[in-house]
Ligand binder design. Structure first.
Ligand code: SF4
Length: 516
């Protein structure tokens, strides 16, 4: 009997190893033979540790399971998929999962992450095989036609980046994967790297064949030790099997891959600071131009894409650009793995085509707040993203529609707050975060963020004319940071500040919203 217990960090954090040990111990004591598979997480984080049992009708889910629950679950017939208070029926029919459109995450939580046989049996390497049989220009064209845009936050068309690198002069080119997933409320990169590492490796190998790169780096934040270990093991196994190395998938072309561990700086998620860090230097932002596609890592043409962008490439090459392009709306094609976090009853990962609303994500999928109180605010797109106005929670999620209202979709992270949240304090936190994480290269960010904390403190502790003057000063400071900062760190910190001020003026002691 095959039983699945996730090895994902989110599951380990709530005792998955203890559950696995308890299962092995109890089954041995009862003379029951089980084949225990440590899979990735399905992304239904409120159900972790999610134990699944393979039955004739499919995998049956139990969760959240604690080690102490194991004897009673076995008594109730867990190994036969029998009902229990913790049983959710067939995993694939749990509404949270059944209503998703999993293209990039189709294997995550399903397979043994390091099993090459499992990966191949679930459609793995089909995209790379197709790419190896195509001309490099045709591979780039597939990515262009798919409409895939960078999933790290900037949403720049991936195919245009690839085309630029492919056309750039130089025999040495690189693929750099940005896995410095530092946004609040985000975990999609980690879930994929731990749950389906070959998918990222395959995407990077396809990129290498397309642009003529021979060396790749995955820059992973140090806070992700499980992802780093999984990737290193997966790279070794993929190399031994001929999917990496001197003759990638029989193409006659070479591509080597290495993991580089970051050192915990948020700004190293900015692509040029990441390049500095991979080169062994302090992670500070480089001025652009030159673009990294022309002069990137070690001064050579470099494709820089986020984990999800690269991990989406295999399905595009395997099923064709038109298949992927068929999902989404407007210029936002395909799917995005949304990550629902914060004060939420059912936190987790939801991969859906662009076009659904924030309300559908936090209410239908998320189930409202875990405290049961009304939702007050939702920050979308990480610590530099706006608090989306409650009046806009029914808008379709799409890059252009969001940008038109001064919001960002970013990496798809949502952080939910209930009505106990103080938005002035959250705005202060945004400035404080910027002050701590600023690389210090430009003045509006380095100094502006510290002045921002001070001004918000004055706003929340003064009244009358002094108060009004400080609100105006905060607006002016935000203008300076937006227009004068060199990168998104200083340039976008005003997004959460201004949106909090605009949509929740009462928390700043303002009776009505300030004039635009
Ligand atoms: Fe560095 Fe901040 Fe300037 Fe970006 S905006 S370059 S993080 S000081």
């Amino acid at each position: 009997i095959r039983v699945y217990v996730p090895r994902d960090a989110a599951a380990l954090a709530v005792g998955a190893d203890d559950v696995a040990q308890a299962l092995l111990r109890e089954c041995a004591a009862r003379g029951l033979a089980i084949d225990l598979v440590r899979n990735g997480s399905r992304g239904l984080l409120w159900l972790e540790t999610l134990v699944e049992v393979e039955t004739a009708s499919g995998r049956v889910a139990y969760g959240p399971v604690m080690a102490a629950d194991v004897p009673a679950l076995l008594d109730a017939g867990l190994l036969q998929g029998q009902p229990h208070a913790l049983c959710h029926g067939l995993t694939e029919q749990i509404p949270y999962l059944a209503q998703q459109e999993r293209l990039t995450f189709s294997r995550v939580g399903v397979i043994d992450p390091l099993s090459l046989a499992d990966y191949a049996a679930h459609g793995g390497w089909q995209g790379l095989k197709a790419a190896a049989a195509m001309a490099p220009e045709a591979v780039v064209q597939q990515v262009l036609d798919s409409g895939l845009r960078g999933r790290g936050g900037a949403a720049f068309p991936a195919g245009i980046k690839w085309k630029t690198v492919a056309a750039a002069a130089g025999s040495q080119k690189y693929i750099a994967c940005n896995a410095d997933e530092g946004d609040s409320g985000t975990f999609a990169d980690r879930l994929l790297m731990e749950g389906d590492p070959y998918c990222l490796i395959e995407g990077m190998a396809i990129a290498a064949l397309a642009v003529g790169a021979t060396q790749g780096y995955i820059y992973v934040r140090s806070e992700y030790p499980h992802a780093i270990a999984t990737l290193n093991e997966a790279i070794d196994r993929a190399s031994a099997a001929g999917w990496l190395g001197r003759n990638v998938a029989g193409s006659g072309k070479a591509f080597e891959l290495q993991v580089r561990k970051g050192a915990g700086s948020y700004v190293c998620g900015e692509e040029t600071a990441m390049l500095e860090s991979i080169e062994g230097k302090r992670g500070i932002v480089r001025a652009k131009p030159p673009l990294p596609a022309i002069e990137g890592l070690f001064g050579k043409p470099t494709v820089i894409n986020n984990v999800i962008t690269l991990a989406t490439v295999p399905v595009i090459l395997a099923k064709g650009a038109a298949f992927y392009q068929g999902y989404g709306m407007g210029r936002s094609r395909g799917t995005l793995p949304f990550q629902i976090a914060g004060n939420i009853a059912r936190g987790g990962l939801v991969e859906k085509a662009f076009g659904l609303s924030l309300r559908a994500l936090v209410e239908d999928f998320g189930g409202g707040t875990v405290t049961g109180r009304p939702i007050k605010a939702i920050q979308v797109g990480g610590p530099l993203g706006s608090y989306v106005a409650p009046a806009d929670w029914d808008d379709p999620l799409d890059y252009e529609a969001y940008a038109a209202k001064g919001n960002v979709v970013g990496h798809g992270g949502l952080v939910v707050h209930d009505d106990a949240a103080n938005m002035a304090q959250l705005a202060r936190y945004a400035m404080e975060f910027c002050a701590v994480e600023s690389c210090g290269k430009c003045t509006p960010c380095r100094i502006g963020s510290t002045r921002g904390v001070e001004v918000i403190d004055r706003i929340t502790s003064n009244t009358g004319a002094v108060h009004a003057a400080n609100v105006a000063l905060l607006e002016s400071l935000c203008d300076t940071m937006v227009n004068g900062s060199m990168c998104a760190m200083g340039g976008m910190t005003p997004y959460p500040v201004r949106s909090a001020l605009s949509h929740y003026p009462q928390d700043f002691g303002i009776k009505s919203a300030p004039a635009a």
